[in-house]
Structure formats: C-alpha cells, structure tokens
Design a protein around this ligand. Structure first.
Ligand SMILES: Cc1ncc(COP(=O)(O)O)c(C=O)c1O
Length: 375
C-alpha cells in the first residue's frame, strides 16, 4: 500500500537545521565540557522569579490545559507596552507567529519580501504556503530598505524586517525605516521582528510599537527566548492592529502557549534587573570579542544583539568542525549564505575566553586533516 502523496511544495521544504545540542557534541566527540554559542541564547539564564514561578506551577495540576487566552500574560504585556489587549497575540515562540502570518496572508500568487541573509523562518513561511520569496541582498551586512522598497509589488503580502538582523546583528535606523514604511502599499503587512529588541541601544534604533500606535500596517514580534532566557519554554508575542491580531487568533492552536511558559514569562516581566544584568554582560562580552577579532585581523560586524558575525576570509566549515571537536559550538555561515563567516553568540566571560583560545590556536597553525575531512 502507498501512503498518500506529499505535495511537491512540501517535499521541497528543507527542515530547519538548529545549532547542535550540547549533548550531541558530547556524545559525538566524547567530550564532557561543551559550550554552546550557536543559538543566540542568553548564557546568564532566566530570572530566578521565573524559575520559582515554574516550580510553583509544577506543584500545581499539570493535568489541566493551559489558559488558551493567556489572560494574565496578555494583560501584563498590554500594560507594559501601553496597548489594548486586543492588539496582542501570544505564540509558541515568535516562530509560531511567523508561521501564522503565513497561514493568514499567503497563498499561490502572493509574495514575501525580505533581505538576504536573514532569519530563515521567513522563507519557510513563504514556501509552506506556496508564496514566492523575493529578497534584496544586504548592503554592508545591513538591510537595504531602499532596494527592498523597489521590490514592492501589488502581490506583496508580507515584508519581513529583522531588526536587529540575524545573522549579522545589524539594525535599520528610524529615518530609513520610516522612508520605507511611507513607500509601502496598504496591501502589504510589514513584520518588524524585534527578537533582540532588549539588546539594541542605538539612539536611532526604532521602537516598532511607535508605528503600530500610528495605525500603520505593521506587526511587531518580540520574544521571551532571548534576553529573558526562556527559549526552552517557547513564548513570543505579536502586537499589531486589532484586525490583524484577530486573524492570527483565528489560525492559532487553541492552547499554543503552555502553562509553564505563561507563568515564567509573566514573572520575568517583574524582574527588570535580569534584563539590565544581561544587557551589561552582553556589551562587555561584545567588547572582548571585538578586541580579539581586531588582534587577529578578522573583520566582524558590529552587533546590536547578542551575537557577532565575523569573517575568516577562507572557507569557514573546517574551522566550525575544529571548534566542535574542541567543545565549542558556534554557527557556520555556510548555512546562512556566508561561507567564510562564523556567527558566535556572546557567552559568559569564561565561554568567550574558551572560544577565543580555541580560535586563536586554530588560526596559529594548519588545521587537522580530520577537521578538513569532516567539513
Ligand atoms: C530574528 C529572529 N526572529 C525570531 C526568532 C525566533 O524566536 P522564538 O524563540 O521566539 O521563536 C529568532 C530566533 O533565533 C530570531 O533570531
């Protein structure tokens, strides 16, 4: 008996390749001490209040479904950002909201715009819904919003702008974003993906909510996965016009955000110290990495997030493999369309030191043949 045929647009989808889990690298290379600097997680971990809230929730009744409306968390976020609750939707990570936007707005004949390289889930949302994915190249590692505006067409439904961008850590500034928004037709929704919002401190960094409050066709996405360090629990949110939010509620799963995620996210909002601490440690870590890259003569992109993209100026894959064997997991640029680059998440001081020591050692001599073969 044959299983039903998988439609060709699904067959063509490439599964997301995440940063390697620590346990896998431990198993593969027989290592005990492995540091993961591959997925832009916050190495300081979540607020102790979040951990305590989870502990209490576990002691409660896990047999009950979560609150499908995320009542308390929605109310807290609405207060925090001073927007009506009907303008907020919670998701199983902001990934889910990206996918839901695809379900709501895309289909054959429609187009999604973004710059390349950027966060891969935008392309996935397009392909899953048989929409075209059209990109302009980054310029000097930054979104080129003028080039993106030239691509706007009557069939454009979604425009994804990661600000800061992943994998480069660069930002678009207020003036260029406003120029772009003014060129956008009503038929396109601009998705301002601000997953790293809390790390960005440039005075010209725009707060996407300003444009939502102006009533523009914009949705802002934020997450508890990054600075709040709750990536394991999967919770993110979107803020937009009520009509857009209503449509997202219509397509989402009824219990998309689990109970532990809801209580932890809520408790995190009460701990601004954890955010300040993380931001400060991140800035110091960026500084350490910049200094080392300069000493090593490696070009890098100045970051507004919690990771740094740097250029080895030769094929990066063998270096990625060699770092793995030394117990340091980073992200190889080839998967991101940047084959000579590596992206490293800013870790704790000891993680950064370990990464830099391994990198310096590798750059000082010829690579092991094993690393070259593995690449
Ligand atoms: C730009 C960007 N958007 C969204 C996400 C997804 O975040 P979440 O964990 O909320 O799904 C990431 C995660 O790496 C990201 O880099």
């Amino acid at each position: 008996m044959q299983p039903p045929a998988v439609p060709s647009h699904i067959q063509r989808l490439r599964p997301y390749v995440p940063g390697k889990p620590i346990e896998e690298v431990q198993r593969e290379f027989g290592l005990t001490d492995v540091v993961k600097l591959a997925s832009n997680e916050n190495p300081l971990g979540p607020s102790p209040r979040a951990v305590e809230a989870i502990r209490q929730a576990i002691a409660g009744n896990l047999g009950l479904y979560p609150d499908g409306a995320c009542f308390s968390l929605t109310r807290a976020l609405a207060e925090r950002w001073n927007v009506p609750q009907e303008q907020l939707v919670l998701g199983n990570g902001s990934d889910e909201i990206i996918a839901s936007l695809g379900l709501v707005y895309l289909g054959p004949g429609s187009e999604v715009l973004s710059c390349h390289p950027t966060f891969v889930q935008y392309e996935a949302a397009a392909r899953l819904n048989q929409a075209e994915y059209v990109t302009a190249p980054l310029r000097d590692h930054r979104y080129d919003l003028d080039a993106l505006a030239d691509l706007l067409a009557p069939q454009t439904r979604l425009v994804f702008i990661a600000n800061p961008n992943n994998p480069t850590g660069s930002i678009v500034r207020r003036a260029e974003l406003e120029r772009f928004l003014n060129r956008c037709p009503e038929t396109a929704l601009v998705v301002l993906d601000e997953a790293y919002f809390e790390y960005a401190d440039d005075p010209e960094y725009p707060d996407g909510l300003d444009y939502v409050r102006e009533g523009r066709n914009v949705i802002v996405l934020r997450t508890f996965s990054k600075i709040y360090a709750l990536a394991a629990l999967r919770v993110g949110y979107g803020i937009s016009r009520p009509e857009i939010i209503r449509a997202l509620h219509q397509v989402r799963q009824p219990f998309n955000v689990n109970t532990l995620a809801q209580v932890a996210a809520l408790a995190s909002l009460d701990d601004p110290e954890q955010v300040t601490r993380s931001r400060r440690a991140n800035a110091a870590g960026a500084h350490t990495l910049y200094q080392a890259f300069e000493r090593l003569g490696l070009p890098y992109v100045e970051t507004h997030a919690n990771f740094v993209l740097f250029d080895l100026r030769k094929t990066a894959r063998p270096y990625f493999e060699a770092l793995l064997r030394r117990g340091v997991i980073v992200r190889c640029g080839d998967a991101l369309g940047l084959p000579t680059c590596l992206r490293v998440t800013i870790g704790r001081p000891e993680d950064n030191a370990r990464f830099l020591a391994a990198l310096e050692e590798l750059l000082a001599g010829p690579l092991d043949q094993a690393d070259v073969r593995a690449a």
